[in-house]
Design a protein around this ligand. Structure first.
Ligand SMILES: [Fe+2]
Length: 348
């Protein structure tokens, strides 16, 4: 029943050859290639489709330039399509695909979306165990040696938007997504009911962060571990691609390792690994934007010259059962109790 992760992204690009060369180098596997269309298929069964930006089959632009024109999420069955067509279609057109296996509609900010019947395939990953002193997980065994990255999943898609709250409302109230974290005045992270990575989408407030324009920002592809990220990154750099955040780092929100590359197909493509996985017991947090953004980076970023204040709290309005758990409520209650008995030692 629930919507799961991203089943396909469709690009409209001004330079198909350069876009395909990028994704070939990035490590995606093409399953179909012509002068007008290239299709990549990842191990989980998701697809990246490149089309020329004047292709008549493409959904119209909702921003200028190359980039992702439509994002499709998977659902289990045609019944689910009918269910969501009813909920989405209360105030907008819903178009059925010719094969009856998909519906297409326009979300907030003219973002093109679709749902498609899809059974995601589990992928085969076996990260090398990590050693630490007196905590040996690999004895007489070296880590795998890698030359290239080969992403196996589409982890998340990011749009730069004018009204991130309106986006949250649509994805939450029409499509049953959960908010997983809130970066104050900068962005909102969401995941659908049927996917457990920290986020499948991020609504980045366009006014808050570079490049300050509306549109598609980036797509993140899942790889196995930091070795695969760095092997992929070395390979890309040798081929002349640029990494706008100067290489590898770890986000504090989602705990994910990252490495971005400018993408001639539009926006950026990101290698991602070791993200947090969540279920509905997760309690969203409210983050100071800079503190949440990065745990560390391999170079100090120009806009983060100093340590930033540790500012994060739980969003108590979004607890799973709508109540404040005892472990968080206790100190406040205890302080009130202590205040009514001023002769007793205070609880700090
Ligand atoms: Fe990302």
């Amino acid at each position: 029943m629930p919507i799961c992760s991203v089943e396909r992204i469709i690009y409209g690009v001004s330079d198909l050859a350069a876009s395909a060369r990028f994704y070939d180098d990035f490590g995606l596997q093409a399953v179909s290639r012509s002068d007008s269309k290239v299709i990549y298929r990842l191990d989980e069964g998701s697809k990246v489709i490149l089309l020329r930006d004047d292709d008549p089959s493409l959904p119209v632009h909702h921003y200028k330039g190359s980039g992702v024109r439509e994002v499709t999420y998977g659902v289990d069955a045609v019944d689910d399509l009918e269910h969501y067509a009813g909920r989405v279609g209360t105030d907008r057109e819903v178009r059925w695909g010719d094969d009856g296996q998909s519906i297409h509609f326009i979300g907030p900010e003219n973002i093109r979306l679709a749902l498609r019947v899809w059974r995601r395939k589990p992928v085969l990953y076996a990260p090398d165990p990590v050693n630490a002193p007196d905590n040996v997980k690999r004895l007489n065994q070296h880590r795998r040696w890698r030359v290239r990255a080969k992403p196996k999943t589409i982890n998340h898609v990011v749009w730069r938007v004018a009204d991130m709250h309106a986006c949250l409302e649509f994805w939450r109230d029409r499509l049953d997504f959960r908010m997983t974290d809130y970066q104050v005045d900068a962005g909102i992270f969401v995941r659908p009911e049927g996917a457990n990575q920290h986020h499948t989408n991020y609504f980045q407030r366009a006014e808050a962060l570079p490049p300050f324009t509306l549109g598609f920002d980036h797509v993140c592809f899942g790889v196995e571990d930091i070795d695969e990220i760095l092997a992929g990154s070395n390979y890309m750099e040798r081929r002349g691609y640029t990494s706008p955040l100067n290489g590898v780092g770890r986000h504090r929100i989602a705990s994910a390792l990252f490495c971005y590359f400018d993408n001639p197909a539009g926006g950026m493509a990101e290698y991602g690994a070791d993200t947090d996985y969540l279920d509905d017991q997760w309690i969203p947090r409210v983050w100071e934007a800079r503190f949440g953004a990065f745990s560390w980076t391999n170079h100090i970023l120009p806009f983060l010259p100093e340590e930033v204040p540790w500012e994060v709290s739980f969003d108590k309005t979004l607890l799973p059962d709508g109540s404040v758990p005892e472990k968080f409520a206790y100190p406040e209650a205890a302080r009130e109790e202590a205040a009514s008995h001023p002769d007793e030692p205070a609880i700090g």
